[in-house]
Design a protein around this ligand. Structure first.
Ligand code: HXC
Length: 255
């Protein structure tokens, strides 16, 4: 990743921050985006160590197409190019399907499904115009193909993102050699997902019991996998979703 440029949406905390740290360690220049300037600045210092010039922050909302266009323009102005896009920004909360409001549904679909498309479209147009064989990495969840009881908005959106991953892998892979892949993380410690979805002790215990390996994943493990998928070592991987969940989603039979 030496001197390559990666955009990571939602990069000020959780997995996004750990991916940014790993990419900078591997020589990349990284743009992290998010809605909160203070959080982005704090993350920048944490990610960069002594290399603050390798991290650039952009305050934006992936739900706003104008913000997404500005994200691409600012990245090119600042770092000169874009090689990788990680669609990591997400929104989620637990709600029974019948109690979920229209606004609640819309906001998660907007962040996860629409945001991923807006960013991919805008960066993809830049790559196509400039003949750059870039890489897209989407973050989904195993409930993209399994059931997501209690998070119907997120599950429906992630399912759409998984289909988007496979569609772009074929459409843009064929024409432009742009690779598109996804990671489906299980429960990962030190992330917004873990904080939100496993907030009670009971919920945390249920989650741990459901993972055959008996522990949460580490954000560093997601970052290592993301780095591999974006690297030349994975140059034949396209349209794939790699699950990193300790075997959790296969564990449907309690014994
Ligand atoms: C019920 C809720 C709610 C909750 C929000 N809403 N939180 N309803 N229970 N806990 C409803 C609101 O009442 C409102 O509807 C609508 O959703 C929009 O809420 P806002 O707060 O106005 O939206 P906004 O400020 O845009 O925030 C979006 C958000 C928020 C998704 C609601 O949580 C967010 O920004 N999250 C970003 C970070 C995040 O969630 N990270 C975790 C990702 S984990 P009404 O009808 O009242 O107007 C993940 C996968 C985890 O994606 C996988 C684990 C295995």
């Amino acid at each position: 990743m030496q001197n390559e440029v990666a955009i990571i949406t939602g990069g000020s905390n959780g997995m996004g921050k750990f991916m940014a740290k790993k990419f900078v360690e591997e020589g990349a220049k990284v743009v992290i985006t998010g809605r909160n300037e203070e959080r982005l600045e704090a993350a920048k210092n944490e990610i960069a160590g002594g290399s603050v010039d390798r991290v650039y922050t952009i305050v934006m909302d992936v739900r706003e197409p104008e913000d997404v266009a500005r994200m691409v323009e600012e990245t090119i102005n600042h770092f000169g190019s874009i090689h990788h896009l990680v669609n990591n920004a997400a929104g989620n909360f637990v709600s029974p399907a019948e109690k979920l409001s229209v606004n609640g549904w819309d906001s998660v679909i907007d962040i996860v499904l629409n945001g991923t498309f807006y960013c991919s479209r805008e960066v993809g147009q830049y790559w196509i115009e400039n003949k750059i064989q870039g890489n897209i990495l989407n973050i989904v969840a195993t409930y993209a193909w399994n059931a997501g009881a209690g998070v119907i908005h997120s599950a429906s959106a992630k399912s759409g993102v998984l289909t988007m991953t496979r569609t772009l892998a074929v459409e843009w892979g064929h024409k432009y050699k742009i690779r598109t892949n996804a990671i489906a993380p299980g429960p990962i410690e030190r992330t917004g997902g873990a904080e939100k979805l496993f907030e009670s002790e009971q919920a945390a215990k249920r989650t741990l019991d459901s993972v055959p390996l008996g522990r949460l994943g580490k954000p560093e493990e997601i970052a290592d996998l993301a780095h591999f998928i974006l690297s030349e070592k994975a140059s034949y991987m396209n349209g794939e979703v790699v699950t990193l969940d300790g075997g959790q989603w296969l564990n449907s039979f309690p014994f």
